[in-house]
Write a protein that binds this ligand. Structure first.
Ligand code: BGC
Ligand code: ZN
Length: 366
């Protein structure tokens, strides 16, 4: 009797809630089903969420699975398309979005990033396998085609989409009044802080970044090259920022540290907006100057809001801004890729170092 051999591929998986469980797994290569494309993964970016998942603090396996393939920032190339797929052909470069909808009103309207019911899934994070393997399959609705010229840094599109949403939402909220922002503060100099600074500079704002890295670090130099000022919180604590700068119209919190988020509220200027983007998976309590924050929020019509994920509209905005930013600061995005790690060394890639900005796990060449 003939046996059918299924071709397998390598992927990186964790057992969610079990610290340090990242390991290599062998899975069947997805087949080209009707309406689906199969992607060959070139490289996968690693972020704080991946690290937290591998620390057992976050993440959920797909229903019926004991493990979760991680990775949600992937640049890939279309390997094959199933019957009925239009708009994509083999060889196209693709970055896929992360979240998949449930049947809530927001998801039905194409805004699963604003999901109401919370039963969405996120590839590589919550209830669905991610992209840190040799292949994955997807439907065109969640695939974003990448112009070949963007190949060297297109893997940054997912983190860029996060700050596209954060800034777009802030400006949308401020349509509530006459708002002519001139000064922004960015907290954190990781990919979110740097890409956020870049978008704010493209909007013409004066940007001041505060983070842990020393001023002479690569982070500090990139931010200065973007035309922002950079201060280390070692000698410029967050609690002193508004005394240092004066009126602050917009603050982007990109450290993921919940204590910093509350300190930032007290730094916001009149009519200002603070956007929180950090997914703090811990369970920390702190004491805050509640009266001061409360009265400032009220008397200054201030807003603090949270922003998570990004639907494909923000990925598309990111493609525009990639091109605009490359014209303004040639080579800027490639400078953010500070480490490329081959597949076999995935544990080294998941281990975050202070000098890292973006680490990539490289899975295939071209
Ligand atoms: C991802 C988002 C996701 C969020 C919360 C982030 O790291 O970039 O797509 O929604 O984590 O799970
Ligand atoms: Zn929903």
């Amino acid at each position: 009797m003939a046996t059918t051999l299924t071709a397998t591929m390598r992927a990186v998986a964790v057992t969610p809630k079990q610290p340090g469980s990242a390991r290599q797994v062998e899975l069947p290569i997805p087949t080209t089903a009707r309406g689906m494309a199969v992607m060959r993964v070139l490289e996968v970016g690693i972020d704080g969420t991946d690290t937290e998942i591998n620390q057992g603090l976050y993440g959920e396996p797909p229903p019926g699975s004991s493990f979760l393939v991680i990775g949600h920032e992937a640049l890939s190339v279309v390997e094959a398309v199933g019957e009925g797929v239009t708009g994509f052909t083999p060889g196209d470069l693709v970055v896929s979005t992360v979240r998949r909808p449930d049947d809530c009103p927001n998801c039905r309207a194409g805004e699963s990033d604003m999901c109401l019911f919370g039963t969405y899934t996120e590839r590589g994070i919550k209830g669905a396998h991610g992209y840190m393997g040799e292949y994955y399959s997807e439907t065109p609705a969640f695939m974003v085609k990448i112009p070949p010229a963007l190949r060297p840094f297109a893997v940054l599109l997912e983190p860029l989409s996060i700050v596209e949403k954060a800034t777009f939402q802030a400006w949308k909220i401020q349509e509530r009044m006459v708002w002519q922002p001139t000064r922004a503060v960015v907290l954190g100099a990781g990919p979110i802080g740097i890409l956020g600074t870049l978008l704010l500079r493209l909007r013409g704002l004066e940007v001041h970044v505060y983070a842990k890295s020393p001023p002479e670090s690569l982070q500090g130099r990139i931010l200065t090259d973007l035309g922002a000022t950079y201060q280390s919180v070692d000698d410029h604590p967050v609690t002193g920022i508004k005394d240092e700068l004066g009126q602050i119209d917009f603050i982007l919190e990109g450290t993921g540290n919940s204590a910093v988020a509350f300190e930032a509220m007290a730094q916001l200027g009149t009519n200002g907006v603070l956007c929180l983007t950090g997914v703090s998976a811990g369970n920390r309590s702190i004491e805050i100057p509640a009266d001061v924050i409360n009265v400032q929020m009220v008397l200054g019509n201030r807003v603090t809001f949270g922003s998570v994920n990004a639907n494909r509209r923000y990925f598309e905005m990111g493609l525009e801004h990639f091109q605009q930013a490359e014209r303004t600061w040639p080579g800027i995005f490639e400078r953010l890729i500070t480490r490329r790690v081959p597949f076999g060394d995935f544990l080294l890639a998941l281990d975050r170092r202070p000098e890292d900005i973006k680490t990539l796990l490289t899975i295939a060449a071209a």
